[in-house]
Design a binder for this molecule. Structure first.
Ligand SMILES: [Fe+2]
Ligand SMILES: [Fe+2]
Length: 318
């Protein structure tokens, strides 16, 4: 797996959609310059890089790409998934290792990837394969530094929570995990860009943390959608990522997924801060976000517990 400098639409799919999300990212950057002219020196190079398709975007190895495409489908064929995993010896070894770990361990060692996936069961297998496959893409992205672990944790928690949330939201029943895992992908693009900024400044200066936060807020949803479109993700999935903090203009299935991801993200943040001790103590904002997707306080509480337990299991395994 590698994170290389690639051009937008390098993979030849989703070019046009990626272009629309690129425009949305530029619009976000321009709005921020207008609101805070001091940001101009950081954002003008960003706008230029987006326009010239010179941004450093996270890329997937062909195997990971295949695995993610398979997982994204409602029905996963274990044979096909095993075949895809076998395309990458490192991934195959890790999946076998997970199946043979004490968590799943049966009477005998599993002899091959297919048996490994069978032992886990379809639901676990699809989760674990995508986590193992994407882990290094996320963690090794340039410019993340100390934030890498926190962002990975946030992604895993959001994934587990969103998986629970979408279970009764068709057609997203099996998409929640992946959507939660990837919703903040655009942050990787911002951090990689920020890491290169000093080289482009006459005085070699870099933006303050608060300036970076403002850049993230203004552009990460659109940049994430742009990367996913270039990876060939369906439009509704990309639109949901585009709208995960601001649903304006997002409609239909995409809006439902956007609400689910927003809730998953918020639960992940609450867990990081220390979740409410009981369902009665859940704050009003979280309750409101739950209501939008038909979940009450006890259910939100359960989802948070489940997400935390899942995080622990996944951190041990992947
Ligand atoms: Fe986000
Ligand atoms: Fe998030």
């Amino acid at each position: 797996m590698s994170v290389d400098a690639v051009e937008i639409g390098d993979e030849g799919i989703g070019d046009q959609a990626a272009g629309e999300y690129a425009d949305a990212a530029i619009a976000g950057a321009r709005a921020l310059i207008e609101a805070d002219p001091a940001q101009e020196r950081w954002l003008t190079p960003l706008v230029r890089a987006i326009k010239r398709k010179r941004l450093r975007l996270p890329s997937l190895s062909p195997t990971t790409h295949r695995v993610v495409r398979l997982i994204e489908q409602a029905e996963v064929d274990l044979d096909e998934l095993a075949q895809a995993v076998n395309g990458d010896p490192v991934l195959a070894t890790r999946i076998m290792g997970v199946a043979n770990s004490s968590y799943f361990r049966g009477a005998t060692e599993v002899p091959n990837v297919r048996e490994a996936l069978m032992r886990m069961g379809v639901r676990e297998a699809r989760t674990l394969v995508v986590v193992v496959a994407l882990r290094s893409t996320l963690l090794r992205s340039p410019g993340l530094g100390e934030r890498a672990q926190a962002l990975w944790r946030h992604s895993l928690l959001s994934a587990s929570a969103t998986q629970e949330i979408t279970q009764e939201i068709p057609p997203w029943e099996t998409t929640g995990f992946l959507a939660g895992l990837l919703h903040d992908l655009g942050q990787l693009v911002v951090f990689a860009f920020v890491a290169e900024l000093p080289a482009w400044q006459d005085d070699g200066a870099s933006p303050s943390d608060s300036a970076v936060d403002a850049m993230l807020e203004a552009t990460h949803p659109a940049l994430g959608a742009m990367v996913l479109a270039s990876w060939g993700f369906p439009a509704a999935f990309c639109d949901a990522v585009l709208g995960h903090h601001d649903m304006e203009g997002i409609t239909g299935d995409a809006e439902h997924l956007a609400h689910a991801v927003d809730l998953g993200h918020t639960i992940a943040n609450r867990i990081a801060e220390g979740f409410a001790e009981s369902a009665d103590e859940i704050d009003a904002e979280l309750l409101e976000k739950g209501e939008r997707v038909g979940l009450d306080a006890p259910r939100l509480f359960d989802i948070a517990e489940e997400a935390e337990a899942n995080l622990e299991a996944l951190s041990k395994l992947a």
